[in-house]
Design a protein around this ligand. Structure first.
Ligand code: 5GP
Length: 370
């Protein structure tokens, strides 16, 4: 496991509110329990439970949102989540979150996002590069160092970029508001749009106008696609030509063919897919077929808090499940292939060539140190 932790990694599919530490959720629940807003003993076991169906996962998100939807708390969890990823050597993180509006506490989508940005700035265990190179000249100077040296000691660095999620419960207008916010916040590290939320809720045509507009405006697009069987929606999603998709669990032969012909990278979330029963067992997970057919893919956590996982654990799981020589779709994800698998993710990030070049340098020097 240590080998996977020390290896530099790229995380491209992580939901902010799904990546909160259990200890933080319990602390927040205790405070709301004392205020009489919730009954702590009712929620404690929900937070600590490990096995959950897809439906139960979305119920848990509703609970997490009750605990976290407050500007100060959003700032706190953003800071903690970035520090947690950095502590296991994630060097580039695309963090996604759904901007939330809650009039009762004076929260708008914009103020939610500002609280997230405060959280990024508050990180102090590691240096964070979050503004695109062309947005800030001083950022160019800072980012030319792989690890920044401060007062003689070297600090780790992590690139952070934001994706704004559209929740499938939202209206076309709300989705459009999120896209416009993303466009306004481009200089502050917002690079794209995600479509997520309960896959059995909402209609594709509700989100399509906002996603099409985002694409036309040059924002990157990634879609939760095929978490449940829905061939019509899967086809429509692929027709939009998103730059990446997440999951792809319930694809049929036709959809695989189309995906492969378009060469759209897939964000693979093994633990999440197994825990939510979106894929029956690790042995039949589509990772093996995609890996063996050299289709672009990237290993991700999805919700490291909710599924008690980490990027290192996901790589370890892939290697132990698919690297076995007796496994029918055996993949070369063990020693020789592991750096390559992690390094390939650089090609699929939503950032400029300069960032890609620096990430390659980080991987090269880490490999030499091995
Ligand atoms: P947030 O956007 O509030 O920061 O992160 C939690 C939200 O991400 C959930 O409410 C849900 O909308 C979305 N999400 C997290 N995990 C999944 C997943 O596995 N599938 C889908 N479709 N959405 C998810």
């Amino acid at each position: 496991m240590e080998g996977w932790v020390s290896m530099p990694k790229v995380e491209l599919h992580a939901h902010l509110n799904g990546s909160v530490r259990d200890s933080t959720l319990l602390e927040l629940a205790r405070v709301l329990g004392e205020k009489g807003v919730i009954v702590f003993s009712d929620v404690e076991h929900v937070i600590l439970k490990n096995e959950r169906s897809l439906t139960e996962v979305f119920r848990l998100f509703d609970l997490i949102h009750i605990l976290t939807t407050d500007h100060k708390i959003i700032t706190r969890i953003t800071k903690e989540v970035i520090e947690d990823f950095a502590s296991e050597n994630v060097v580039y993180l695309e963090l996604r979150t759904t901007p939330k509006k809650n009039d009762s506490i004076g929260m708008s989508k914009r103020s939610y996002l500002e609280a997230v940005l405060e959280g990024i700035k508050a990180v102090n265990t590691v240096n964070v590069a979050f503004r695109p190179h062309n947005a800030d000249v001083s950022n160019v100077k800072r980012s030319s160092l792989i690890n920044d040296t401060c007062n003689g000691s070297t600090r780790k660095k992590i690139y952070v970029r934001l994706l704004l999620s559209i929740d499938r419960r939202e209206t076309t207008e709300a989705a459009m508001e999120t896209v416009k916010l993303a466009l306004e916040m481009r200089d502050l590290g917002v690079v794209g749009i995600d479509l997520s939320g309960n896959p059995i809720v909402g209609e594709w045509m509700t989100f399509f106008p906002a996603l099409k507009f985002a694409r036309e405006q040059g924002l990157y697009i990634t879609l939760h696609c095929g978490e449940v069987p829905n061939p019509k929606e899967i086809r429509a999603m692929l027709d939009l030509l998103p730059q990446r998709i997440g999951h792809a669990c319930c694809f049929e032969e036709e959809e695989w063919k189309r995906l492969k012909s378009l060469n759209i990278p897939v964000e693979i979330c093994l633990t999440s897919n197994i825990r939510t029963n979106s894929v029956r067992s690790i042995e039949v997970h589509h990772f093996a077929d995609l890996y063996n057919s050299k289709h672009p893919l990237v290993i991700c956590t999805d919700d490291s808090g909710v599924f008690s996982t980490s990027v290192s654990k996901e790589y370890n799981l892939a290697a132990s499940a698919f690297g076995r020589s007796d496994f029918i779709g055996a993949c070369n994800v063990l020693e020789g292939g592991k750096f390559q698998l992690a390094r390939n993710a650089i090609e699929y990030i939503f950032a400029d060539d300069e960032v890609k070049r620096e990430l390659k340098e980080i991987f090269n020097s880490a490999e030499l140190d091995q």
